[in-house]
Structures are given as C-alpha cells and as structure tokens.
Design a binder for this molecule. Structure first.
Ligand SMILES: *Cc1c(COP(=O)(O)O)cnc(C)c1O
Length: 394
C-alpha cells in the first residue's frame, strides 16, 4: 500500500472522488461469492450475476427516466462519448457529415470530433460567453441541413457551468438533429431527465460520484426518434451488439448504488456544498485580484474556479500542494503545461488562465478543511505577491 500519512486535503472532486463505503459494501459480494459471468445462461452463477446487472440497469434507467434497454454499459464517459459521437457519425453519414459542439467540452468529446474531421466530417466548434454559457442563438445559426449531431455537456469539469440542456435539446429536435450530452459531472448532482430535457444520447460515469473507476454508461434513445449507432467495439455481441465485452457486475452494481445515493441525497448535499463553496469564496474574495471563472450561480455546487492576478500559476500550485490537492486547468491535460482551453474560451488572458485553481468540493469535505484550504491559499498568494514586488523591474 502507498504511504497515506500527511496527505493534503482532497479538493479535486472533478478529477475523481473517493468511493463511498456504502458503494463498496454493495459491490463486495459480486467479486468473490457472486462472481459469475452475466452472459452464462446455463447455471445459477450466471443467473445471479445477470440479475444484479439487470437490477442496476433498471435503477440507472429510472434515475434518468429512460428504459433499461436504452442503457449501454461502457468503461466510463470517455468510451461513452466515443461511442455516441463516432457511432452516430458512422450510422448517419449518408444523411449528413456536419457535427456541432462547444469550445469548453472535455477532450473526450473534442478529440473524437477532431478525429471525425480527419475522416472528412465537418465540425463547428461554438464559442461560449464570458460566463461559460452557450448562446442559444449561436446554436440555432450553426445548424444546417446536413447537421447530424450536436454535443453539449451538461456540467463543465473545470468551471462547473451548467448548460441549458433542455432548451438545447428542444432546438435540436425542432431541426431533426440528434442531441448528445456528456453528463459525467452532472449525474447524481443535478436532476437529469432524458425525456423532458430532449436528450438522445447521454454519457455517464461512476467515479465522479463516489463510485468505482472504469464503469460508465451511454444512454441511447430507442423511441421518438430511435437512435442508430455503429458499434465501436466488436466481439460477443453484448449490450445488443453495441458494446461487446464481458460485463463487470461489481462495478455495475457500484455504479447504480452511487447514482441512487447521489439522487436520494441530492437536495441536502447541494445545499451543504453550496455553503462550503460560498465559505471558501467569501474568504478568497477578500483578497484583491481574484476572479471567479464561470457563471456565479449556474454551476455545480461543489465547484469553485478562480484566477489569481499577479502570481505565477506553477508557483501558486506548489504553494498550495502541501495542504490541498487541487488542479489547475483540467486534470486530463495537466501533464502538458498548456493554459486550459476552457478558460481560454471564456476570454481569460494566458497569464490568468495559467494562474488558476480549480477547487472541487465533495461529499466528505468539512468546513474545517475549507478553512484550512482558504488560509493556505491566502498566505501563498500574499507571499508570492510580496516576492513579485521585491523583484527588480526589468
Ligand atoms: C471525467 C470526465 C470524462 C471522462 O470520464 P471517464 O469516465 O474518466 O472516462 C468525460 N467528460 C467529463 C465532463 C468528465 O468530467
């Protein structure tokens, strides 16, 4: 086991979340006792595993107002996005080759779109307003006769901004265009309903909501309209041929449990996280030159993303590191040091995009931890600014 002593406070819940003990408890029997392959139809080992998968499928379907047949298990939201976007492109390319998405999407949406561009599809990447919200007029204007798919995320992983999914879906449906939404950060945190929100394809994942890593799902609408997808992984014909590969019942059971908990505790937890976020912001905004990134209210309750004037981004993170585990920009791209494409899309300068911190507050964080994080941020920012003042001006 890795050393766990003296680890910083975890405030990076948009990258991943710790698993809830209740989720782990639900998963445990399916590793050793009920270990069967759900595709084994000849004995009780298979039947038990299949029963657990069926129940989880019903539970996830219920949570989003879908039917169980509309749920396809995947390894997570990256795979679900790939299946939705590439699968729809391949199934509908005789109808059209134009796809519309948004500059602030996760790379798991942007990269499949770029790949399709290399195959001859045309992709329109819409800008966002300075608050991170898509202008719906821009969307209306971007739709063409040959547009087959629009992909707009429900909740942003960097700035937490919540797009107007229902209105976007309505615009798409009026024009006969399929609507996909990446809801990796949204499921279990904000209400989602594929019928009332006009969603045709929706990507989900478990590990952002206190479930296990490596499991997610794609919702694929079966009626009004029935969405066709070309499978991206071929094999045993699992998941009605859409995604072959042996299912992992413990992960699936854990995913369903995580969603159930998220939904049953949503309203209280949203209130609690909003208070913690406000507590953090109240302390940080007492300093000069702190800018909030993203719309102040239309955002995930646990998200605070700030840019700090007059400090170096790397030095800021280094200063925070001993006390708080946070990200600057998106965790998925932080291996390369590039300013976040999301903050750039809001019109933030390169310097302010570098000097940004994403706080992701979650289920197990306390007010005491928020105070410690705020204090560390304050002292780091103040001492970095003092150093900058001492430096001789060139
Ligand atoms: C985390 C995340 C993903 C990737 O999900 P995985 O399950 O880790 O593949 C995709 N989109 C968004 C918005 C995310 O936050």
């Amino acid at each position: 086991m890795p050393e766990t002593r003296q680890r910083p406070i975890y405030l990076d819940c948009h990258a991943t979340t710790p698993m809830d003990e209740r989720v782990l408890a639900a998963m445990m029997p399916y590793f050793t006792e009920y270990f069967g392959n759900p595709a084994s139809i000849n004995h009780p080992y298979g039947w038990e595993a299949e029963a657990a998968v069926k129940q989880a499928r019903e539970s996830i379907a219920n949570a989003i107002d879908a039917t169980p047949e509309e749920i396809v298990w995947t390894s997570g939201a990256t795979e679900a996005n790939n299946l939705a976007i590439k699968g729809a492109a391949e199934a509908y390319f005789t109808k059209g080759r134009h796809i519309v998405t948004v500059a602030t999407e996760h790379n798991a949406v942007l990269d499949p779109c770029r790949y399709l561009e290399s195959l001859g599809f045309e992709v329109t990447i819409l800008p966002v307003q300075s608050d991170g919200l898509l202008d719906l007029d821009d969307l209306e204007k971007a739709l063409r006769e040959d547009t087959i798919l629009v992909s707009v995320m429900a909740a942003n992983n960097e700035i937490g901004v919540l797009q107007s999914i229902e209105s976007i879906g309505e615009i798409c449906h009026d024009r006969g265009v399929l609507f996909h939404t990446d809801a990796a950060q949204a499921i279990g945190k904000i209400p989602l309903n594929v019928r009332s929100q006009n969603i045709d394809l929706m990507s989900l994942t478990a590990h952002k909501i206190y479930g296990p890593k490596g499991i997610g799902a794609l919702y694929v609408r079966r009626r009004n309209p029935r969405v066709k997808l070309a499978p991206q992984q071929h094999g045993g014909g699992h998941e009605r041929g859409l995604r072959s590969g042996t299912l992992c019942p413990p992960q699936i059971v854990g995913f369903a449990k995580a969603v159930e908990l998220g939904i049953s505790e949503m309203s209280e937890e949203t209130q609690r996280l909003t208070q913690l976020r406000q507590r953090l912001w109240n302390k940080l905004s007492q300093l000069d030159g702190i800018y909030l990134n993203g719309h102040p209210e239309r955002r995930l309750s646990g998200n605070l993303n700030i840019s700090v004037e007059g400090v170096d981004g790397q030095a800021l993170l280094l200063g925070l590191q001993p006390v708080v585990a946070v990200s600057s920009g998106s965790a998925c791209t932080s291996a390369k040091i590039e300013p976040s494409h999301v903050l750039a899309a809001l019109g933030r300068s390169e310097t302010l995009a570098y000097a940004s911190v994403r706080f992701g507050i979650g289920r197990f964080n306390t007010a005491e931890e928020i105070d410690l994080a705020a204090e560390q941020a304050r002292s780091t920012i103040e001492s970095l600014r003092r150093v900058t003042l001492l430096r001789p001006q060139a």
